[in-house]
Ligand binder design. Structure first.
Ligand code: PLP
Length: 395
């Protein structure tokens, strides 16, 4: 008999994927340039030229056996060292290469981090709104995902409900700032309060509660906004990073776990990741991609485009009467829909060729997500469609 667990998952097809498929089909009919597809978080800004140049140079000059050979299971030591040095310089940390484990994007990083700090039946708490893939990331590891309801006022943490949900079984808290889908960056006040609460609970329960900090948008920050580096505030932190967004390399599948050197049992965790890989069939990212990324470790794509898009959309939304928290980073915005059921709202929007994702799957009904990693020219054209939609349906 085939696995009932995975067969059942086929019933829960991702809403985001369905909408994106709809956009592709509609594009075939009217031209994709006329579909205002805000569904997918696929970066639209190109990778920096330096990355491409490094790749070309390596392919021409380097020994093919090294370039295309197996990576050591924890990642290439020189790459891990460059990443550790860069983090130390930027965030005042003291990582060595032994604290860095190379992964296939943030997805791979979270898969390892979760397994490092939990056993079957342990609870991992996250905060709505949250990236829906956390469900499979956590639940298929044997741990159990629990979602703290949102604080819709500003999308910082709802501490009252969080404290009620913490218990002896809490092994870790999974946070994501800058956040998908809200675009909100947790303030230093939020991080300090979270860490203080967890330190007290660690004492009360007599065991560690780890923070898994999912930070693929760490560098996509808008003017004047700072994202606190969580490891600076909490020893038991595993940072999960990805180059998918900051370097626009989602197809290359590259990221890492950085274990805070002060974390409990830090000397085991990266080696344990190597053992976890054996079980889940994860292989380190391709050697060539590791080597190339290490050469551009302090660069990012041109993030100003996302900020320009955000400002255009935010201003239009406010003008049209939406309630919306202004994003501090990412390429997402998460306004309140103009009717209670955001699924109905998003369905109506498709009549105007606007593809908006209802917030239900992010654990926040009544809101919708726009992923504005699209050309600014298209964003500008979409604003007229948005206005027509709102005036015709809700005017
Ligand atoms: N975490 C968050 C919050 C994301 O938005 C994404 C991708 O969109 C991921 C993790 C997975 O990232 P990756 O493509 O690097 O595996």
């Amino acid at each position: 008999m085939i696995s009932q667990k995975y067969k059942k998952m086929l019933e829960g097809k991702s809403v985001i994927r369905q909408l994106s498929e709809f956009a592709t089909e509609r594009g075939k009919a009217i031209g994709y340039e006329n579909v205002f597809d805000y569904s997918l978080g696929n970066p639209s800004v190109p990778v920096p030229r330096e990355f491409t140049d490094v790749m070309i140079e390596m392919l021409k000059e380097k020994n093919p056996a090294e370039l295309h050979g197996y990576s050591p299971s924890l990642g290439i030591p020189s790459v891990r060292k460059k990443i550790a040095d860069s983090l130390n310089k930027r965030f005042g940390m003291n990582y060595t290469e032994n604290h860095i484990f190379m992964t296939s994007g943030a997805a791979g990083a979270i898969a390892h981090a979760v397994r490092c700090v939990s056993d079957a039946g342990d609870e991992i708490l996250t905060f709505a709104p949250f990236f829906p893939e956390y469900h499979p990331y956590i639940n298929l590891s044997g741990a159990v995902l629990k979602v703290v309801p949102p604080n819709t006022e500003d999308f910082q943490i709802n501490f009252t409900l969080f404290e009620e949900m913490l218990n002896e079984k809490t092994a870790a808290v999974l946070i994501n700032s800058p956040n998908n889908p809200s675009g909100v960056v947790y303030s230093e006040e939020t991080i300090v309060k979270l860490c203080d609460m967890l330190k007290n609970k660690e004492k009360e329960y007599g065991h560690e509660i780890f923070i898994i900090s999912d930070e693929p948008y760490r560098e996509i920050l808008f003017a004047g906004v700072k994202a606190p580096y969580v490891s600076n505030y909490y020893d038991n932190t595993l940072s999960c990073y990805s180059y998918s967004k900051s370097l626009s390399l989602p197809g290359e599948r590259i990221g890492y776990v950085a274990v805070n050197p002060a974390c409990k049992d830090s000397e085991y965790l990266v080696s344990m990741c190597g053992q976890i890989s054996r079980g889940i069939g994860h292989n380190c990212p391709p050697s060539i991609i590791q080597l190339a990324v290490a050469e551009v470790v302090d660069l990012t794509s041109d993030m100003s485009i996302y900020e320009r898009n955000m400002n255009l959309i935010y201003e239009k939304l406010v003008e049209l009467g939406f309630t919306c928290v202004k994003p501090g980073g990412t390429f997402y915005i998460f306004p309140k829909a103009l009717e209670e059921d955001a699924k109905v709202f998003s369905q109506k929007a498709t009549k105007y060729d606007l593809i908006l994702v209802p917030g239900d799957s992010f654990g926040c009904s009544g809101y919708f997500r726009m992923a504005y990693c699209i050309d600014t020219e298209k964003v500008e054209r979409s604003l007229a469609a948005l206005e027509k939609f709102i005036k015709s349906e809700y005017g």
